[in-house]
Every structure is written in C-alpha cells, then in structure tokens.
Design a protein around this ligand. Structure first.
Ligand code: H79
Length: 444
C-alpha cells in the first residue's frame, strides 16, 4: 500500500473558512430531549433499551423550526453550525436505509438533518454534522463491561460474545456514506469519539476517510477518529495518518496557551463548550454561563488561535430553551459591533510587533491591526504593552468608530515601547463587557 501523503496546500485551502469564521453553534438534539436528563442517560442511569424505546415511539418535536434555530445562530454571529445526526444512543435524525431507528419513523416523521441543512444554508451559515461512531443501539456494538456503554446486571444480554464488530462497522460506514451522499455539500464532519483501544483502524478509519474524501472533497473533519483525551493526534505529532482530522477538539476546556504541533507550528483547534452543564436538553440544569463570560471565552479562544463552538440543546418540542436564546441574543448584540475583532483574527504573536497580553483584557489580531479587548477601566491612560507610539497609524473604538487619542501624560517619556490610549475621563467604558480598541500599526 502507498504511504499516506499529507497535502499541506490542500489542507490550508479547505481550512480557510473555518479559521476565518471562528464561532459556531453546536446543536445536541434527539429523543433524549424528552426525558430531559442529558444525552448520556442510557449510560449514567444504566437504562435498558426497552425503557428508552418509548421516547422513540413518542418523539414529536412539533415546534421544531430549523429556520428559527438558524436565525438565532445568525443573530449571535455564529458562522457555522453542527447538528448531532446520530448520538451515542444510535437514534438517527436522518432518513437512513440502514435502520428503522430514525426520525422519519417517529410520529414527527421528518428528516431533521435535511431541514437543518436547508435552513442554515439559507441563512448563509456553514453546515456540519456530528456523527457518533459509538452506538448503544446497534446489536453488534460492544455494550457490556465497558466504561462507555450502559452497564446492566443481566448475565445473558450483558455479554459481547455474540457481537460481530465488523457488521457494526459496515453499518456505520454505510451511514456515513449516506450522510456524505444524500445532502449536498457538507462543510464539516464531527466524529465522536475514540477511547481505550477503540480508535483509528478499529473504526476502519483509513477506509472511512478515503470514502469521505471521495464524496466530500473539501469537507473538514475533527480528530476524534484517532484520539480521545490524551494527546492531540497525529497532525500534532507531524506524522499524519490518513484519518488525522483537521482540527483538535478540546471538550469543555480552553487550552491554556493555544495548541502547537511538535515542531512548534500552531494547530487548528475548537473548544466545544456547553452553555449550562449539559449538551442534550436537561430541564433541571439552569446553571447557565452569563453572556459576558461567554463573550470573554470566545475572545480567549481567538486570542489563542482557536475556534469556539457553543452548544444549544433544544427541548422535546424542538425549541431552543429561552435562556439559551437570551444568551445568544446578548452575544449577538456585542458581535454586531465588534465581530471584526473575531472574524479573520488570531493571536497577537506573529504580527509586526511583540505585543504583550495586558492585565485588563486580551488581544486579537488581524494582519497589522491589533484589537485590544478592554474588560476593565484603567482609571486613566490605557497602556498598550509593546506598542511604540510612533508605530500607531490609527486608534479607534470598534463599537462606534470613535477616534482614540494618545495620552499626553508623563508616561511616554518613561516607557518608549508602551503607547497610552486616552479613553477620556469616564469611569465606565463604552461597553462594560468588552470595549474593543482597534490599533492599526504602520511600517517602522
Ligand atoms: O456530544 C457531547 C458529549 O455527549 C460527548 N462529546 C460531546 C461533544 C462526550 N462523549 N463522551 N464524553 C463526552 C466524555 C465522557 C464523559 C463521561 Fe459522563 C463521564 C461519561 C460518563 C462519565 C459526562 C458525565 C457524561 C455523563 C456523565
């Protein structure tokens, strides 16, 4: 067999939109929205299939309006969206020929993947599908005596002896083929997930990715066909496998210093973050993160060279919870004025100056424009560490375009490499969440 040839140029081409857009919506939806105790309940509650199937028979999200989902994402400034086409429970939100365990075979009767794709594409939002390679429904997927699967004290059913894993793999590959064939161009595929020795060729991953590449030449994929928690995958090792995945997926964590491959080059990554403490709808979980915090998390990701995909879990009626909608709208109000400091931006490092992260906030950068994110007031002149005043071409508040002048105070003579921005006498910044100061740099 020929060794796999990683094509850096092709990689850069397909990653361009993703690295530009930075902010996406994750949607976790399925029959688990009815019990409303999260998408893991079959495992956490060791729930046998017969107690789960009634949700399948009842499933009817009559208020599901995919265009309303798409408008909510758009208003928030999200540029791509990823829907769970199948989660670990094995329930398919698309009209597959491989199983009856699908949305078209419920009282609802619709192909939710198709509705999702139509609606989001109509809003100009890039589309992706999440697909679980783990499957708690398929009779040939190992279910028992394994930490990922529902455990049950049933000595007969609780055995894997009769299970033929290759039969499951044929089924799984066929579903991925359907997803990649029946729904037009997909921008992203999000596989979930590998664990223990269940990784890479255990999934017949080379064969799978060869098929994906043939059917969807420009689709980008995450790296979970080969990694779980430990390590960042073969791309990070600079030794890419045929199924390396294009970006790293830290889950509910933001990497402290961004992520780099072993040669020190920046890696593409995406923090996937829940709004409360669950992915699937969880009616008692009201522990929502405030919108200002999530705005700061988005800025943090971009300042470290990463993306943020923020989750919503629609309820059993198909609606995104009101609290989530309110948070999205608040993020959107900030994005409406400040998204130039997000889209097309990355870390300060690598720019024309060596600019240091300030104590009062963070920095993002697009080319020779540094965006200083001011989270607090400086009680006077705001120091821009690493920016000599003679290198400044212009300084503007991003939210309204207001010119910001250099401070004329004593500070300049003492700090030749720190310009001081004069934000005026007001003790309150124009936007107390994050006032963005756009500083354009000129040639020395
Ligand atoms: O789809 C979302 C999660 O369901 C899935 N990935 C994201 C995007 C995911 N699968 N596994 N994990 C996350 C990590 C496993 C966490 C677990 Fe647990 C700890 C499984 C059982 C204990 C979290 C806490 C889930 C149930 C309790």
């Amino acid at each position: 067999m020929l060794a796999y040839q990683f094509d850096r140029e092709r990689y850069n081409r397909r990653m361009k939109w993703y690295l530009h857009d930075r902010f996406g919506m994750f949607i976790h939806f399925g029959i688990y929205s009815i019990p409303a105790r999260g998408e893991w309940l079959r495992s956490t509650e060791e729930m046998p299939e017969e107690l789960y199937l009634p949700y399948f028979e009842e499933f009817n999200p009559y208020a599901l309006d995919a265009r309303a989902w798409a408008r909510a994402a758009k208003r928030a400034g999200m540029r791509y969206a990823v829907l769970t086409s199948k989660h670990h429970d094995g329930f398919c939100l698309f009209d597959t020929k491989t199983t009856d365990f699908k949305s078209t075979n419920t009282p609802y009767g619709r192909d939710i993947v198709a509705d999702f794709l139509d609606a989001f594409r109509a809003e100009g939002i890039r589309v992706g599908l999440y697909y679980s390679v783990i499957d708690w429904h398929h009779p040939d997927f190992p279910q028992y005596g394994d930490r990922q699967a529902p455990l049950r004290n049933d000595p007969v059913a609780g055995s894997n002896e009769h299970r033929v894993f290759d039969r499951y793999l044929d089924y799984m590959h066929e579903q991925v083929r359907e997803i990649c064939t029946n729904y037009g161009k997909l921008d992203l595929l999000w596989f979930d997930f590998s664990y223990d020795d269940m990784r890479g060729e255990k999934w017949r991953a080379t064969e799978l990715m060869n098929m994906v590449r043939e059917l969807q030449p420009d689709v980008i994929t995450n790296n979970r066909l080969e990694v779980s928690g430990e390590g960042f995958g073969s791309l990070a090792q600079c030794d890419p496998t045929p199924y390396h995945g294009d970006f790293v997926t830290p889950e509910r964590i933001i990497p402290p210093n961004g992520l780099f491959d072993v040669e020190g080059n920046p890696l593409a990554w995406e923090a996937c973050i829940t709004m409360n403490d669950n992915w699937g709808y969880f009616s008692h979980d009201t522990n929502f993160k405030p919108a200002p915090m999530l705005i700061h998390k988005l800025v943090e990701c971009v300042s470290k060279g990463g993306n943020l995909i923020l989750n919503v879990g629609p309820d059993a009626t198909g609606r995104i919870p009101d609290q989530s909608l309110a948070i999205l709208d608040e993020i959107g109000r900030w994005m409406e004025r400040n998204s130039a400091s997000i889209y097309g931006c990355g870390p300060a490092a690598g720019g024309p100056l060596e600019v240091e992260r300030p104590e009062y906030g963070r920095i993002t950068r697009n080319g020779d424009t540094y965006y200083f994110h001011l989270y607090e007031n400086a009680l006077g002149p705001m120091p821009l560490l690493g920016v000599p005043k003679e290198r400044i071409a212009s300084m503007r508040l991003l939210r309204d375009g207001t010119e910001v002048q250099l401070s004329n105070s004593w500070t300049h003579s003492d700090y030749p490499n720190i310009a001081f921005a004069d934000l005026g006498p007001s003790p309150v910044l124009p936007d107390p969440v994050d006032t963005v100061l756009a500083v354009k740099i000129k040639e020395a």
